[in-house]
Write a new protein. Structure first.
Length: 458
């Protein structure tokens, strides 16, 4: 049986083991340095317990085949599988090292997340699962611990495919009954059963439950005895009815009562778009792949230097009107248009996503999810039906959105001084993107060009 040790070379010195990162029921994970480029990677193998099993050779064949299949799931929110290596008789899966923290630690530090932030991560992981399911694989261990947040971003990455298994639609099959209580559906308590995409739907819904409540859901086997699942809204009254109901539906005890696909669950949450995953193409694997972000700003290859200190101070002090005006100044600063006091179409359509995300993060955090760009985005989604495919904001949608966020009343646009600069305002009331600074005929086309950009960035 093999257990690699710090300093041990692999593949004739191409990888040098650094330390053991962790382990579970099936695998052990190491950090390693790839020579000669000095790149930090992660290598996973079956653990010593599995190596001692009579069917180890069979399990290792599955491990290798599943690693190769997962390598084909090229998706920005799935950990990248670089290659499979063999050292002596033990196979290892070489993976991307993700600098950041998992969602479990993130929620432990911060408490229950704002709904808009939690939905962003669930949307990203949901799309990742759809890509996995296209390969006829199930993850089977979706939980906050297995979702990493890249440091300095709002990008969630699904990791740890140690329990991933192939499935056939509608066929009863045998799988190990390894599971994580609270996130595993009832069928994972059985060795033989019908496993399908709805198996991961349950875990994804349970993960959202934790993100919004900072609580682990009641395990499925407890519920099977008749103990009801407390709805997430019982823990956090700020959760919207739609999201609360979608989580309860996604965590239905019996598989047939759940959304049958991740796409259906995302539709219940109101976060599904009309975009579809590109067809799978098995590309040759590069020796030293370059990680590309899912979206690259066209305006600049580097992030602009923006000072958020004043904005954060105003938001912390609940000085909403002053914060609204400062938000517009931050936006001008990001595109170097402070002197002009307004932005051109090219600046709006290529506005730095990093700045939009930071502005949204501050507004959502200090308003307790009442205000923010992502809140406005969700409202637009509810009105328009889908975001991201529009080149402009049509006037009917914009007028309707203005009504929902409280910018319009009795079919008239409000004067800026008549806005409600308190948490008593309608959801998404702020920020207003220079409503009180620009003339109305300047502000309207600016928003028309700007809202689609928000959809792309958040």
């Amino acid at each position: 049986m093999q257990l690699w040790t710090p300093g041990q070379p692999l593949q004739n010195g191409r990888f040098i083991i650094q330390k053991v990162l962790g382990g579970g029921g099936f695998g052990v994970t190491y950090s390693a340095i790839q020579s000669p480029i000095g790149k930090l990677v992660v290598i996973k193998t079956l653990n010593q317990k599995q190596q001692g099993q009579a069917d180890f050779d069979k399990q290792q064949v599955k491990f290798v085949n599943e690693g190769l299949r997962l390598r084909g799931c090229s998706h920005p929110h799935i950990v990248k599988i670089y290659e499979m290596i063999k050292e002596a008789e033990l196979w290892g899966m070489v993976m991307e090292y993700i600098d950041g923290q998992d969602l479990w630690v993130y929620v432990e530090d911060r408490g229950a997340l704002p709904e808009s932030e939690a939905l962003r991560y669930i949307d990203q992981v949901g799309k990742a699962l759809e890509s996995v399911h296209q390969q006829e694989l199930l993850h089977r261990d979706v939980k906050p611990h297995n979702i990493m947040l890249r440091r300095g971003t709002q990008e969630a990455v699904l990791i740890d495919f140690g329990l991933a298994r192939e499935f056939a639609v509608g066929i009863t099959g045998s799988m190990t009954n390894a599971k994580t209580a609270g996130y595993a559906p009832i069928e994972q308590y059985q060795r033989r059963g019908k496993f399908d995409t709805y198996t991961d739907v349950y875990a994804l819904a349970a993960t959202l439950y934790t993100l919004l409540t900072a609580e682990v859901p009641l395990p499925a086997d407890f519920r099977k005895t008749g103990i009801p699942l407390p709805p997430p809204k019982q823990h956090n009254f700020r959760i919207s009815n739609r999201v609360n109901d979608a989580i309860v539906k996604g965590m239905a005890l019996e598989p047939q009562d759940r959304p049958q696909t991740v796409r259906e669950f995302r539709e219940l949450l109101g976060i599904a778009t009309i975009e579809t995953q590109p067809p799978f193409v098995d590309k040759p694997f590069p020796p030293d792949p370059i990680v590309q972000p899912p979206f690259v700003d066209k305006l600049s290859s580097t992030d602009p230097i923006v000072d958020y200190a004043k904005l954060e101070g105003l938001l912390r002090a609940n000085q909403w009107k002053e914060a609204d005006r400062e938000t517009y100044q931050v936006m001008l600063q990001a595109v170097d248009r402070q002197n002009e006091g307004w932005m051109r179409a090219q600046e709006l359509s290529n506005f730095p996503c990093t700045v939009l995300r930071k502005i949204d993060q501050l507004w959502v955090e200090y308003s307790d999810s009442k205000f923010g760009l992502s809140v406005q985005q969700r409202i637009w989604r509810g009105i328009r039906g889908y975001p991201g495919k529009l080149d402009r904001l049509d006037s009917a949608t914009f007028y309707e959105c203005g009504k929902y966020v409280g910018w319009r009343r009795n079919n008239e646009w409000l004067r800026y001084d008549n806005f409600t600069f308190s948490l008593e305002a309608q959801e998404g009331h702020l920020p207003s993107f220079g409503y009180g600074v620009l003339l109305f005929h300047e502000w309207l086309p600016m928003c028309s060009g700007f809202f689609p950009r928000i959809i792309r960035c958040l």
